[in-house]
Ligand binder design. Structure first.
Ligand SMILES: Nc1ncnc2c1ncn2[C@@H]1O[C@H](COP(=O)(O)OP(=O)(O)OP(=O)(O)O)[C@@H](O)[C@H]1O
Ligand SMILES: [Mg+2]
Length: 421
């Protein structure tokens, strides 16, 4: 099968395996994690994974092939948004998982570009590693969460394959790859993201998060917000992806969900990492880290830097921003901004973006802003277009817009807050 479309824009992708500093534990803890994930999926969608299975009858192979059936995925999901594919169909779509269709690899398996003849559609197909049950549970949570979700800033799940011990997920293809590919370790000659695009991506990612937190029923905590999980479509339209770690948020009087700590080092909120108490504010912390990466161009964790600078939050925020004397000295801010921007950013926009990021990564979860406030603040920032050919004018427009908003009763709370910077 011809696979000319598979080469895509892989030139600016990292083709090497990208195993992350995931707080994903060894096999010994898999059992607990599975229980955790089973709970997540059943909580999320009010279905019991084992409704019609006598547990004692299930061998491992049975379990692998039954987990989807017994969650009634075929019944519950295919009617809605996702379809079920055979392994043969997906093998054909990727030229038998040819290396020139390879898009990247994460902690759970390889991702390939494919073409579905029957729908005439270009897709991305993630083939989960077959060793270990942890990925299986995440597969189920991913399918269930994405089948219930529908938002322009969440990646669309087209379908899945659960045949024997094969588990594959079929997503809409995101032609510009992940944010990580555009922010870090750029290949020579690659164009860095400009300021306006960075703010657009931040605002879109925040809207995706707001949908999960405030619009989905039941509300969902994402738990895996990071640059590699923000995928980019035409015009750098961002969409959140990878919902295998998602958990249903606390309900009723509960303030948190107690759960095994999962996620990725550098993005995981310190309170959650220390106590296992997961809240919506854990995602806000991760969002703050992503925003800092967008502003500074630095990685959340960079082992190649000096010890004091390896952790972005420790370097960037706790020292220069939250320490008030440093914060007041705005000269410190310009040394934080990504040098690849080559000075092309609005000073005021930089202060405001840093202020939002600093609020999101506060150590105390209750000091972090609500998701809707983050969205309002970033929508506002993204609307203040920076014009590199006329930076003074952009900055004046930004101030005028602030003044207009200040007189508007409906001015967003967070936007009001950030105007003071
Ligand atoms: N829908 C998609 N369209 C285009 N490329 C994709 C798509 N999904 C994933 N990719 C590519 O595949 C790479 C690997 O994705 P994957 O989600 O497996 O790993 P990751 O996000 O890097 O790590 P982790 O497993 O920790 O989430 C991504 O960085 C991206 O470049
Ligand atoms: Mg991912």
């Amino acid at each position: 099968m011809g696979c000319f479309w598979c080469t895509g824009n892989s030139s600016n992708r990292s083709e090497k395996p990208t195993k992350k500093n995931s707080i994903r534990n060894d096999n010994s803890s898999n059992k607990n994690k599975l229980n955790d994930q089973t709970q997540a999926s059943s909580d999320a969608l009010k279905v019991s994974p084992y409704d019609s299975v006598k547990k004692e009858e299930a061998t491992k192979k049975d379990q692998l092939s039954l987990d989807v059936k017994n969650l009634n995925l075929n019944d519950e999901v295919s009617k809605e948004l996702a379809q079920s594919f055979t392994f043969e169909e997906l093998a054909a779509a990727t030229g038998n998982f040819r290396s020139d269709c390879f898009l990247g690899e994460g902690g759970f398996g390889k991702v390939f570009k494919g073409f579905l003849e029957k729908t005439n559609q270009v897709v991305a197909i993630k083939q989960l590693d077959r060793n270990g049950l942890q990925g299986i549970r995440e597969f189920v949570v991913e399918v269930l969460t994405l089948s219930m979700a529908d938002h322009p800033n969440l990646v669309k799940l087209i379908g899945f394959c659960a045949e024997d011990d094969q588990r594959l997920l079929v997503y809409e293809y995101m032609p510009l790859g992940s944010l990580e590919n555009h922010l870090h370790d750029l290949p020579p000659g690659a164009q860095p993201l400009d300021w306006n695009t960075r703010m657009k991506i931040a605002a879109g990612a925040a809207r995706g998060l707001e949908y999960l937190h405030d619009k989905m029923k039941p509300p969902v905590i994402y738990r895996d917000l990071k640059c590699s999980n923000i995928l980019l479509g035409e015009g750098y339209h961002p969409k959140l992806s990878d919902f295998g770690l998602a958990k249903v948020g606390p309900s009723g009087d509960q303030t948190h969900v107690s759960t095994r700590v999962m996620g990725t080092y550098g993005y995981c909120a310190p309170d959650y990492a220390m106590t296992g108490q997961l809240t919506f504010k854990s995602d806000i912390y991760s969002f703050g880290v992503v925003l800092l990466e967008l502003i500074t161009g630095r990685k959340a964790i960079d082992n190649e830097r000096d010890r004091s600078e390896q952790n972005l939050v420790a370097w960037d925020v706790h020292v220069p921003v939250l320490a008030r004397p440093m914060f007041k000295d705005r000269r410190n801010f310009s040394r934080m901004v990504d040098p690849l921007l080559q000075g092309q950013y609005p000073i005021r926009g930089l202060y405001q973006a840093l202020a939002i990021a600093a609020m999101c990564v506060q150590e105390q979860p209750n000091m972090r802003p609500a998701t809707s406030d983050v969205v309002m603040a970033l929508n506002y920032l993204a609307s203040q277009k920076y014009d590199p050919s006329n930076p003074l004018l952009s900055s004046r427009r930004s101030i005028e817009a602030s003044t207009v908003n200040r007189n508007d009763d409906k001015a967003p709370l967070a936007a009001d807050q950030i105007k003071s910077f």
